[in-house]
Design a protein around this ligand. Structure first.
Ligand code: ADP
Ligand code: ARG
Length: 342
């Protein structure tokens, strides 16, 4: 493999940190699961409009390819090579109120964490057979859940088109055909081995074998963030009794994309902000202050519709789960205050 050519206007972190020196240092390295630099960077090389551009193939990728990944991690999360990640998912430590008790702005709240099984490579490097074993282990663990978390697993293979499209539109199911994931090898053998688990009310859901092997999701209408977090914490605890998740002392929970390391948590609200939506400069000043990210109504790489935005924590590493959720809640309060003032 030769040093990749990036266009002059390329702004990905891959393009920024893959210097010819780093490339030469890493180009012949291979993890014990056989993951190479070429695989690590393929998504960003094929999609030059990437924000990041890399996907790890296993936990070892983060050590072996550290000369490229550490600077990316530092820039995205503000987390240095000597920092250590600390986890705190105790709902008793959250202590926040509902930022929109009258329901005038917030339509719904969703908090998800990514997880991967410690004894397997990550999705980009998972064989067809391993993916099926992961699906089997995860769906078995899910079937053992009880009470509010009890539900059923629905494989993507064989699901009728109408059901699939409705679940995507209603924000419950992942989209398909993402070109970033495609180039990373995450869509191989699609849709085999992928699926969704949900309880009756669809307030607790788990995506299986998408970007990460598990995306554990708690969501509900309104802005009762503490209730959503409490349900998620309970679910994660129950699943940990049956599954061992990949976790590093330094980087926290291991995920295929470095943006998700650490808590692997994205806590978001769908919020209607017609006035702030017309003043993006002011909007961004507030979201930057609280380190929040603005996404569109259908998630990543989508646009806002009807002045509804998806607002979530940007940092996931070097911050506890409780801190990430609290920061999101405080930012949402500040956004609502400004919207009222306008
Ligand atoms: P992820 O959250 O896993 O990073 P996406 O940004 O693609 O991935 O979002 C996945 C889905 O979750 C999308 O359909 C998105 O609209 C939906 N979603 C995100 N936040 C909320 C929310 N607060 N309420 C309802 N749906 C949400
Ligand atoms: N690989 C894509 C990029 O670099 C997405 C990165 C963050 N999002 C994600 N779903 N991992 O722009």
């Amino acid at each position: 493999m030769n040093y990749p050519q990036f266009p002059k206007n390329c702004t990905s972190l891959l393009c920024k940190y893959l210097t010819p020196e780093v490339f030469d240092e890493l180009k012949d390295k291979k993890t014990r699961y056989g993951y190479t630099l070429e695989q690590l960077i393929r998504s960003g090389v094929e999609n030059v409009d990437s924000g990041i551009g890399v996907y790890a193939g296993d936990e070892e990728s983060y050590e072996l390819f550290a000369p490229l990944l550490d600077p990316i991690i530092r820039e995205y999360h503000g987390f240095g090579p000597d920092d250590r990640h600390v986890s705190d998912m105790d709902p008793a430590h959250l202590q926040i109120g509902n930022p929109d008790p009258e329901g005038a702005y917030v339509l719904s709240t969703r908090i998800r964490v990514g997880r991967n099984l410690h004894c397997f490579p990550l999705g980009p490097n998972l064989s067809r057979r391993e993916r099926l074993v992961v699906e089997c282990m995860v769906s078995d663990a899910l079937r053992a859940l009880e009470g509010e978390l009890a539900g059923s697993y629905h494989p993507l293979e064989g699901m009728d088109k109408e059901t699939r499209e409705r679940m995507i539109k209603d924000h419950f199911l992942f989209k398909e055909g993402d070109r970033f994931l495609e180039a990373a090898g995450l869509n191989r053998d699609w849709p085999e081995g992928r699926g969704i688990y949900h309880n009756t009310d669809k307030t607790f859901l788990v995506w299986v074998n998408e970007e990460d092997q598990l995306r554990i999701i708690s969501m509900e209408p309104g802005a009762d963030i503490a209730s959503v977090f409490g349900r998620l914490a309970k679910a994660v605890k129950s699943l940990e009794k049956r599954l061992v998740f990949a976790f590093s002392e330094r980087l926290g929970y291991i995920t295929s994309c470095p943006t998700n390391l650490g808590t692997a948590m994205r806590a978001s609200v769908h919020i209607r902000l017609p006035k702030l939506g017309k003043d993006m400069e002011k909007f961004k000043t507030i979201t930057d202050r609280y380190e929040l990210q603005i996404r569109g109504i259908h998630g990543e790489h989508s646009e806002s519709e009807g002045s509804v935005y998806d607002i979530s924590n940007k940092r996931r590493l070097g911050i506890t789960e409780v801190q990430a959720v609290r920061q999101m809640a405080e930012g949402v309060e500040a956004l609502i205050e400004e919207e009222k003032r306008l």
